[in-house]
Design a protein around this ligand. Structure first.
Ligand code: K1U
Ligand code: ZN
Length: 173
């Protein structure tokens, strides 16, 4: 099922999300819905708070070739190591449509998580995967990519999003 994606500003996007204790069938359904929602958008990642669920769950697929997908489901993802070298990428966010800005983050990140079977996984991500996994884990801590920008740029984008939400609400009437 495709779920609606929350648009900034929304208080649910600013919350510290709760860890998952047990992977229930509801959480497996949520993960499957998040992947469907991410591919439909289209996007390369999605975090549970973006669909209004404040739990520590993210999904990603940064493969460029559509014929070789690599869908990943990460419960309680934690960054356990980051490289000293940084990389700048022009990030976007499905909760902040059509706005992009350069964000500097560690070039590589080792992440530990629980998979849908409850097994612990660990992987060192690089390139777009490293950027994406850090962006998604930020969502679980109530942080958006615009929080890395200066106040003026952040306010400008927030006002654009408020306008977009007013227009969408008017169209839905
Ligand atoms: O978290 C999100 O809102 C998803 C976001 C992830 C992301 C993008 C860029 C840098 C870091 C994290 C997106 O997927 S925005 C859409 C996007 O980047 C994209 C869409 C289609 C094809 C390729 C990329
Ligand atoms: Zn995002």
């Amino acid at each position: 099922m495709i779920r609606p994606i929350l648009i900034h500003p929304d208080p649910r996007l600013k919350k510290l999300c709760d860890p998952v204790q047990e992977i229930t069938s509801d959480l497996r359904t949520l993960a499957a819905d998040m992947l469907a929602t991410m591919y439909d958008a289209p996007g390369i990642g999605l975090a549970a708070p973006q669909v209004g669920v404040t739990r520590r769950l993210i999904v990603m697929d940064c493969m460029k070739a559509p014929d070789a997908p690599r869908p990943l489901i990460l419960f309680n993802p934690e960054v356990v190591w980051t490289s000293d070298t940084l990389h700048t990428y022009e990030e976007g966010c499905l909760s902040i449509p059509e706005q992009y800005a350069d964000v500097q983050r560690p070039d590589k990140a080792t992440v530990r998580w629980m998979d849908p079977e409850g097994a612990t996984q660990e992987e060192t991500f690089d390139g777009l995967w490293a950027t994406c996994v850090q962006h998604e884990i930020d969502h679980l801590n109530g942080k958006l990519f615009i929080d890395y920008l200066g106040l003026m740029k952040r306010q400008l984008i927030t006002r654009k999003m408020e306008k977009l939400k007013r227009e969408r609400a008017r169209e839905a009437r």
